[in-house]
Design a protein around this ligand. Structure first.
Ligand code: ZN
Length: 260
């Protein structure tokens, strides 16, 4: 999910911004499992199937990039490690809040403080990746994905011009209950949200931003078509999505008359 205003601004600024800017080359992702007061805690048994789907989703995106002649290599880590299954948000996460801040920022900062030291997610970004065993060298893209137990649409906070610079360090929240009770097609949902972070927009007649509306119905197999109600193998990445995430240099013919 992505807010309409974000989608329109993303399209109008014609470029992807933030730490997850272009989906090419090396990308480092931290998946942080978070408990809160709104659901029971993550367990090893609940966390494991989510991690398998994360893996499937990332390998699928790499394969799709390769089909466009793009080298894409994800490195990812799921934290916390060891005996601790999840970090605690220190309160209840409001799953109906689809704004990047301030609501989500408060608990996200608490989680990061627990993993590193006090500060905001953005100010502790490098420390956070280092603590996760995935140090940044400044040449790669990066994003954080919080995994929270719920049964609601997930959300990606892509950064766009004019937004609070804190969110230049881009992040998403994957809501899932884990295992049998989880989202049936979590692998395609994860790919969908990650593509949002890197600039893709929803491709569904009711959700697509105006300049793309007339083309949306042609992309029912695109993983950006919503809702994602099939296994990831059933989806493709069409030329509009490929163009928006940096896999196509030239604008698809169907967009020739649009301002994108
Ligand atoms: Zn979406």
């Amino acid at each position: 999910m992505m807010l309409d205003t974000e989608m329109v601004q993303r399209i109008e600024c014609k470029c992807n911004l933030g730490s997850a800017a272009v989906l090419v080359g090396d990308q480092k992702l931290l998946f942080i499992f978070v408990d809160d007061d709104g659901a029971g805690p993550w367990t090893v048994e609940l966390r494991q199937p989510v991690q398998i789907k994360i893996e499937r989703s990332l390998r699928w995106l790499e394969d799709k990039a390769q089909a466009f002649g793009i080298r894409l290599r994800f490195q990812h880590v799921c934290i916390p490690f060891g005996l601790s299954v999840a970090c605690h948000a220190g309160g209840c996460i409001d799953e109906a809040d689809y704004c990047a801040g301030p609501g989500h920022l408060i608990w996200q900062n608490r989680v990061v403080t627990g993993l590193t030291s006090s500060g905001t997610v953005a100010s502790r970004w490098d420390d956070l990746f280092r603590a996760g065993g995935l140090p940044l060298n400044g040449t790669e893209g990066s994003a954080v994905v919080f995994c929270v137990r719920r049964w609601v649409p997930s959300v990606a906070f892509a950064f766009f011009e004019g937004e609070n610079v804190e969110f230049e360090r881009e992040r998403a929240i994957i809501y899932d209950n884990g295992g049998e009770a989880g989202q049936l097609f979590l692998d395609s949902l994860i790919a969908h949200e990650l593509l949002h972070l890197y600039g893709a927009v929803d491709l569904a007649p009711g959700k697509t931003p105006e300049p793309l509306k007339e083309f949306a119905s042609q992309y029912s197999d695109d993983v950006m078509h919503t809702p994602t109600q099939r296994s990831i193998e059933c989806y493709c990445i069409g030329d509009i999505t490929a163009y928006l995430v940096g896999w196509l240099k030239t604008k698809p013919a169907c967009l020739a008359q649009t301002p994108i």
